[in-house]
Design a protein around this ligand. Structure first.
Ligand SMILES: Cc1ncc(COP(=O)(O)O)c(C=O)c1O
Length: 394
């Protein structure tokens, strides 16, 4: 049993959630529930593995151990039912960098990229930074019986309309950040059919694949059909589930040799695929010893979803949170409050004194929304709701 109720002081550790408050929000006098990491302890087995390696007096050049890729592939087969040859996996120093590598390697200037906002802001920013054009195919807002956002669906008709000869790649967020939707098989199959017919590559960001709630199983996009496997580059990591983002350990999966071989050679020749000693140790510890811890943390977060959703429905009826199927954040629909986005953020930061992500960080389609991180002690989430309530603005 782990104590997820424990409040851990992260000040003085460079924690982004605190250190970047001023830069992101212009104030530090707020309860920070924004960056998508956990306020729970990184599990013991990760520390034990790193400590054990630290006992050796030399921390120099280290080859990837023979069981590193097989360990990742066994974990994926066990957890997602997805069979991947260990040779189809390469280490990546984070998903954001992996995205930049893929775009720069596979695309030419002038090629267009489709994204489906509201979505993780890097899907727009990395292409922009690297001189590629993105085209938005906004998700469809499906309402519940009270007129709040219930869930998003992909707009396939518009997707077909948007694709032209210069469209080369679609970036998929599976599961979807910020709404927490775990895309179902029918959606992924239909997407696979469309991208295959138009000869598009799919870069599938599956960083939240392991943080799936209520016994649901994550469906890797590449697993839905041989055609999907042939056009997909998948990015995954243990970083979100086991709270080890600071270690920088991710990986990429490519099953089609025509996409894989030269790209892997390019990664190798540039040393982009070389993990640090600690990345190796941490990933292996998570995937060999982490199943029970993962189970416990997911149950605790499910309790947080019930708690936050229950309190919002009972005490803040003018807003509503989308219950996530995956990823420990709640996408708050504040559209009924009638505020402009600057007013919404002002009321959040200066009246309630809480920091959630600004919905428009995920694209203009996020106007009227906030993203609340719920991967922390329940008492802190309760404090955030108390503050929203006391402000009288929500
Ligand atoms: C969907 C998504 N992809 C990627 C990242 C960042 O990945 P990394 O830290 O591995 O670069 C995040 C972080 O919040 C995310 O939400």
């Amino acid at each position: 049993m782990y104590d997820f109720d424990e409040i851990i002081d992260r000040h003085g550790t460079g924690t982004e959630k605190y250190a970047d408050l001023q830069m992101m929000f212009g104030t530090q006098d707020v309860l920070p529930l924004w960056v998508a990491d956990m306020d729970f302890k990184t599990p013991d087995f990760v520390y034990e593995a790193i400590r054990k390696r630290m006992e050796h007096p030399i921390l120099s050049y280290t080859s990837i151990p023979d069981d590193y890729f097989p360990t990742i592939s066994s974990w994926m087969e066990w957890l997602h039912g997805w069979k991947v040859d260990p040779g189809d996996i390469r280490y990546m120093p984070g998903l954001v960098k992996a995205q930049a590598f893929v775009l720069n390697y596979f695309l030419q200037k002038g090629d267009r990229i489709i994204i489906q906002p509201p979505v993780y802001h890097r899907f727009a920013q990395i292409p922009r930074t690297n001189g590629f054009e993105t085209v938005s195919n906004p998700l469809l807002r499906i309402e519940d019986e009270d007129g709040f956002l219930d869930h998003y669906e992909m707009n396939f008709d518009e997707l077909e309309n948007l694709i032209d000869d210069s469209t080369k790649l679609l970036i998929l967020c599976n599961p979807h950040n910020p709404s927490g939707r775990a895309w179902d098989r029918a959606t992924l199959e239909r997407l696979a059919e469309i991208v295959t017919r138009h000869n598009l590559l799919v870069l599938s960001d599956e960083i939240n694949a392991e943080t799936v709630f209520y016994g649901k199983r994550h469906i890797p996009f590449a697993s839905v059909s041989p055609e999907a496997a042939a056009c997909t580059i998948t990015m995954m990591a243990p970083s979100k589930t086991f709270n080890i983002a600071g270690i920088v350990s991710s990986y990429i999966v490519i099953q089609n040799p025509a996409l894989r071989d030269k790209f892997f050679q390019w990664l190798d020749e540039n040393s982009f695929d070389l993990p640090s000693i600690f990345a190796i140790e941490a990933t292996m510890a998570c995937y060999k010893k982490g199943a029970a811890w993962r189970d416990e943390v997911l149950r605790y977060i499910e309790g947080n979803i019930d708690y936050v959703d229950g309190r919002i429905r009972a005490e803040l009826p003018r807003i509503r949170g989308v219950r996530p199927q995956a990823s420990p954040t709640i996408w708050l629909d504040c559209t009924k409050l009638g505020y402009t986005q600057p007013e919404l953020m002002h009321n959040l930061l200066y009246e309630a004194k809480v920091a959630f992500n600004d919905g428009t960080q995920f694209g203009p389609e996020g106007a009227g929304y906030l993203r609340m991180n719920i991967a922390g002690p329940r008492s802190v989430l309760g404090e955030a709701i108390d503050l929203l309530k006391a402000s009288g603005k929500f």
